[in-house]
Ligand binder design. Structure first.
Ligand code: PMT
Length: 407
């Protein structure tokens, strides 16, 4: 695997050399990026000698004017060790004033962060808030060890052992390929139902949840087809994005692309109604009231449920109350294997937010309430539970087969 190793400027930077050596020993390619402060603790030449590659330090060096973009696109995983308090604050708030923090914003793959600092700094509310932001963003945090610190104090804040960081990377890698045999069809965003050539009915979906699902699936090796309503998001890397506008267009594209799909995830906020006989000309504004006649749109999820075959069908339920009951009702009425119930209408979850609070209703009868988390983290958890469910369902099939043989 091609690994980016970001090194922050703490006394634990010397341990990053040990980590680099270990990753090389495991057969990975390692490209080191150092902060200016890190160079005060370890010379770039040390990493060049260990990895066979020049350590990247200066964003404005001629040969690296846009190198942070190509370097970000050319690697599979970013691990930052040690991550100092200052570096964590910059990452959490999206500052980009050096090569490492700029590259972090350009990188779309999995990120592992191994903090190291003085115990008081680690326990400070500001550091813990930055840590929570990074965790909710779906990054793997390799918690610092407790023990004697370079500053003479004792407590949490010591960089985790290189072996533990390497294991965290390996576990992210294993997880990262667990969808490589899957073709996943995902819908995202709102639909727009024309009132006339100028106006339309729509909703507040930003597409973030569906795009997080597509990114998570692609990062874990799946072949992903994303059928997207109109959103202001860049198409995820490594994903085939198919733009649509109306519910009918979305339905047609879903069934056009359904055949190879092994998993379908319906995260789109599909309009339930469209305007009957929308005029071909702009409706002129007059003082008189106008009425719109609305017809129901095709229920794509229900139709998918009728044609499910042996694929895994995951629906969503956008509710403002009775979340668990509504999610289970939709699960049963639409023949889904899982329905992701999410509370919408609040500020911090559901539409437009970077976070979501969901309850997973599974066809196994289980309900799994998840804590408020970043949509990418929620997406990874949905796929984790989908794979477990598939195993359980597949196991049942094997049992039935065996039973058949017994009788
Ligand atoms: O896009 P974001 O801003 O990130 O917001 C995410 C989200 C809130 C939109 C997302 O998490 C979500 O809840 N998506 C489903 C929204 C929705 O339409 O929920 P619903 O309960 O109205 O529909 C239930 C299910 O039926 C959904 O899977 C929906 O895709 C599907 N449906 C609905 C109507 C229709 N005509 N066809 C459908 O397939």
């Amino acid at each position: 695997m091609k690994i980016l190793l970001g090194v922050g400027g703490g006394i634990a930077a010397y341990k990053a050399a040990e980590l680099a050596r270990l990753l090389m020993q495991q057969g990975h390619e390692v490209q080191v990026i150092m902060t200016r402060a890190a160079e005060e603790f370890v010379r770039p030449l040390t990493f060049a000698a260990l990895t066979g590659r020049k350590a990247l330090t200066d964003l404005f060096a001629i040969e690296s004017a846009i190198e942070h973009i190509s370097v970000a696109q050319d690697h599979d995983l970013l691990v930052i060790a040690p991550a100092t308090a200052d570096l964590m604050a910059k990452l959490a708030h999206g500052l980009a004033d050096d090569f490492l923090t700029t590259l972090y914003l350009a990188f779309t793959g999995p990120v592992a962060i191994a903090p190291a600092m003085n115990v008081n700094m680690w326990q400070h509310a500001a550091t813990q808030a930055n840590l929570e932001t990074l965790r909710r963003r779906g990054h793997r945090i390799v918690e610092p060890d407790s023990g004697y610190l370079a500053c003479g104090m004792t407590g949490p804040g010591r960089l985790a052992a290189p072996e533990e960081i390497a294991e965290a990377i390996a576990s992210e890698t294993r997880k990262r390929r667990d969808l490589e045999d899957e073709t996943i069809l995902i819908t995202a965003g709102p639909t727009q139902e024309p009132i006339d050539p100028v106006r339309f009915l729509s909703n507040r979906s930003s597409g973030k949840m569906g795009y997080a699902l597509a990114e998570a699936a692609a990062a874990r090796g799946a072949r992903v087809v994303l059928i997207s309503g109109p959103v202001n998001l860049a198409p995820p890397r490594g994903v085939e994005t198919v733009p649509v506008r109306t519910a009918i267009e979305m339905r047609d594209k879903v069934f056009e692309r359904l055949a190879p799909a092994t998993i379908v995830v319906k995260a789109a906020a599909v309009a339930d109604f469209h305007v009957a006989n929308a005029p071909g000309q702009k409706i002129k504004k007059t003082a008189a009231r106008i009425s719109l006649e609305l017809d129901p749109t095709p229920d794509i999820l229900a139709e998918l449920g009728r044609k499910k075959g042996d694929r895994l069908l995951i629906g969503f339920a956008a509710e403002t109350q009775n979340l668990q009951q509504e999610a289970r009702r939709k699960l049963e009425s639409k023949n889904c294997d899982m329905v992701v119930g999410n509370l919408v209408g609040g500020a911090d979850s559901g539409f437009e937010s970077d976070y979501n609070q969901v309850t997973l209703a599974l066809s196994s009868g289980e309900n799994i309430p998840l804590p408020l988390a970043g949509k990418r983290e929620v997406a990874d958890r949905i796929f984790d539970e989908a794979l477990k469910l598939r195993l359980a369902l597949h196991g049942q099939q094997i049992t039935l087969l065996t039973d058949g043989l017994k009788s």
